[in-house]
Design a protein around this ligand. Structure first.
Ligand SMILES: *[C@@H]1O[C@H](CO)[C@@H](O)[C@H](O)[C@H]1NC(C)=O
Ligand SMILES: *[C@@H]1O[C@H](CO)[C@@H](O)[C@H](O)[C@H]1NC(C)=O
Ligand SMILES: *[C@@H]1O[C@H](CO)[C@@H](O)[C@H](O)[C@H]1NC(C)=O
Ligand SMILES: *[C@@H]1O[C@H](CO)[C@@H](O)[C@H](O)[C@H]1NC(C)=O
Length: 183
């Protein structure tokens, strides 16, 4: 597009401005080529009750029970992440953050958490995830909004799906897949 405009300009300073602006654009374009795409899949261990509970309600509407499906219930969460579905498989890191029942009908929650890596490959780096999670949906998609360390400038998306649920034990394993573009 920009190249087609060049013959119309006779004034040299205008041409110079055009050339300079084209240089700037090509600079941005070559910078964006440095982004790489990474896919990963890991398992999140969610203990909603018992001695090792990982989701704790810390605030809610006065006079109501603070539960997943009660509008206004605010939880803090810190879940182990592992390579495989077993809690004893090698650790990847922790998913640490908050979520709040953000739908009046109690059907969805706003989730904001950091994936804090402790494995060899990404130790110390983080991926920041946020989104609206519909509780009953088989696959919940969240957005990757940023990252640190190896994931600087990250953006992408993540999916959460139940892998196994043990209702009496209050224990669920969730598969977390993340696709990110990053530097
Ligand atoms: C990541 O996964 C997406 C969706 O399955 C796929 O389209 C893409 O090619 C994968 N990228 C890499 C680098 O494996
Ligand atoms: C709770 O965590 C402790 C220490 O890691 C572990 O020994 C115990 O088996 C866990 N209990 C349950 C019910 O998962
Ligand atoms: C990750 O980094 C911490 C702090 O630098 C270090 O103590 C730990 O051994 C590292 N873990 C791995 C798996 O490299
Ligand atoms: C997550 O990744 C696993 C392994 O690559 C794949 O089998 C599964 O279908 C993915 N889940 C979603 C919701 O894309």
């Amino acid at each position: 597009m920009a190249l087609n405009l060049v013959p119309k300009f006779t004034n040299r300073s205008l041409l110079l401005v055009l050339v300079l602006s084209m240089t700037t654009f090509s600079g941005i374009a070559s910078g964006s080529k440095e982004f790489k795409e990474t896919n990963m899949s890991m398992y999140l261990h969610d203990f909603i009750s018992g001695p090792n509970v990982t989701d704790i309600p810390v605030a809610g509407v006065a006079g109501k029970l603070w539960t997943f499906s009660q509008f206004g219930s605010f939880y803090v969460t810190d879940n182990p992440l592992t390579e495989g579905p077993s809690l004893h498989s090698p650790a990847v890191g922790r998913a640490q953050g908050v979520f709040v029942a953000s739908a009046l009908d109690g059907l969805s929650a706003l989730i904001v958490f950091s994936v804090r890596f402790t494995n060899k490959e990404y130790n110390g780096s983080t991926i920041e995830i946020q989104g609206n999670s519909i509780l009953m949906e088989p696959v919940r998609e969240l957005s990757v909004v940023s990252g640190t360390g190896k994931f600087r400038f990250a953006r992408g998306y993540a999916t959460c799906e139940f892998y196994s649920v043990d209702t009496p034990a209050g224990y669920a394993v969730v598969r977390l897949n993340i696709t990110v573009e990053h530097r």
